[in-house]
Design a protein around this ligand. Structure first.
Ligand code: CO8
Length: 374
């Protein structure tokens, strides 16, 4: 058995930013147009009027101030309301592979490793841009890694489930080193015309390099153990898929083809599952809440993270103990907890313990207990 460690992480941050004010201005312009176009039905009571969104609501309900996206022009155009991404030929790198490449290169640099040292690439994300060939295999070719590659999807928990998969393979000896990469183009499957969710998501890609402890060249985090949990729920759902054209309404753009959620129910149902999950995971390793230096939580909602931090630690977390990045990035699905880890882990002392924990659609929860080694 080999000891897996995380020796590098990388974050690709799209250049374009949409602030809450910009988002709200465009949404409200869209709502006004919609209401004017459907004035008769709204007056007759057969169609609901679209209410305005507000920056104050967004900050109070979620803690989000802005989000990065691959294209803001289309999203902010009241006549479009989705990203406009150019069609690429099959000979060009796909957009997810390009985002992944940037994040992977940064993770390799941090670890002082070459692509040739890696023999597994897992692309783990909430939505993969095509069915096949796997985006992971394209990343493998673009980077020049050896071995094999595959895609996987566990929605917001894709990164932690990917880390468990890679860690288990490293432990067993079937691979020496793995890149788990999370290119998330949430803007592509978010319904920007729905004020209940239009503020929630952003785009990003993160990469995590895992390898055998004996191969690590610098400071790293031992993967002490991982734990994954799933429990079926329809409260976060997307009904898009390859059977779309086979259905009676064919290619019609139905609302449920984009991100759908019952946010209140998710909030209430997921919170107790997550705090129980983290507490039982660390207890099984003989670790007490006070032994933890840091929680790197999934970045969906500030109030949710405040609650989980308090429940797990048994007190209000000290500043920095449970860092949030969602104010700058919004919810980036599987990448959120990895951004938090990547940006807020250098100061952990030798021997310090921390937990990365993701949660979301499925439901799915994944936790990774880490120990810092200088
Ligand atoms: N502006 C002004 N008012 C608004 C707005 C808005 N934009 N939106 C809603 N309101 C109104 C509502 O209509 C409601 O009015 P009323 O009381 O009159 O009915 C009122 O504000 C309160 O609305 P909510 O009850 O919906 O507000 P909440 O306080 O619950 O906040 C949240 C909404 C932020 C969505 C919150 O419920 C939440 O964060 N829940 C948890 C969600 C979560 O964690 N989901 C996980 C999703 S991520 C995931 O699993 C990955 C999926 C795959 C990625 C998909 C990428 C696209």
């Amino acid at each position: 058995m080999y000891q897996p460690v995380i020796s590098g992480t990388g974050v690709f941050t799209p250049r374009e930013i949409i602030t809450n004010d910009e988002l709200v201005e465009s949404f409200n312009a869209y709502a006004d147009r919609y209401n004017a176009e459907h004035a008769d039905e709204i007056a007759a009571g057969t169609l609901a009027e679209k209410a305005h969104s507000s920056s104050e609501f967004i900050v109070a309900a979620s803690g989000i101030h802005q989000r990065h996206v691959m294209d803001k022009t289309g999203v902010l155009d009241p006549e479009v309301m989705h990203p406009l991404l150019r069609q690429r030929s099959d000979e060009e790198p796909s957009i997810m592979a390009e985002m992944a490449l940037d994040a992977c290169t940064k993770a390799l640099q941090q670890a002082g490793k070459d692509a040739a040292d890696v023999d597994l690439v897992i692309v783990a994300a909430s939505n993969i841009e095509r069915a096949y060939p796997a985006v992971a295999i394209e990343v493998q070719q673009l980077l020049g890694t050896s071995g094999f590659a595959f895609d996987m999807n566990v929605a917001c928990s894709s990164a932690t489930f990917g880390i468990q998969t890679a860690s288990d393979m490293i432990r067993a000896g079937s691979v020496r080193s793995a890149l788990v990469v999370n290119p998330e183009i949430c803007s592509g499957h978010l319904e920007w015309r729905d004020r209940d969710c239009h503020f929630i998501f952003g785009d990003v890609a993160t990469a995590t390099l895992l390898e055998r402890k004996e191969d690590a060249k610098g400071p790293h985090f031992e993967v002490v153990s991982t734990r994954c949990l799933t429990q079926f729920s329809n409260n976060i759902r997307n009904n898009n898929g390859f059977l779309r054209r086979s259905r009676p309404d064919g290619m019609k753009d139905r609302r449920d083809m984009q991100f759908m959620q019952n946010g209140r129910k998710v909030f209430k149902e997921v919170l107790p599952i997550v705090s129980k999950h983290i507490l039982s995971h660390i207890e099984s390793e003989g670790v007490k809440p006070d032994d933890l230096s840091r929680l790197w939580l999934h970045q969906a909602n500030k109030a949710m993270n405040d609650f989980i931090g308090k429940k797990v630690l048994g007190r209000v977390p000290e500043p920095g103990e449970q860092p949030n990045i969602l104010q700058d990035y919004a919810n980036t699905s599987s990448a959120g907890s990895i951004i938090a880890f990547s940006k807020h882990s250098d100061d952990i002392p030798d021997g310090g313990l921390g937990v990365i924990c993701s949660f979301g659609a499925g439901y799915s929860v994944g936790s990774v207990l880490l120990k810092r080694c200088s």
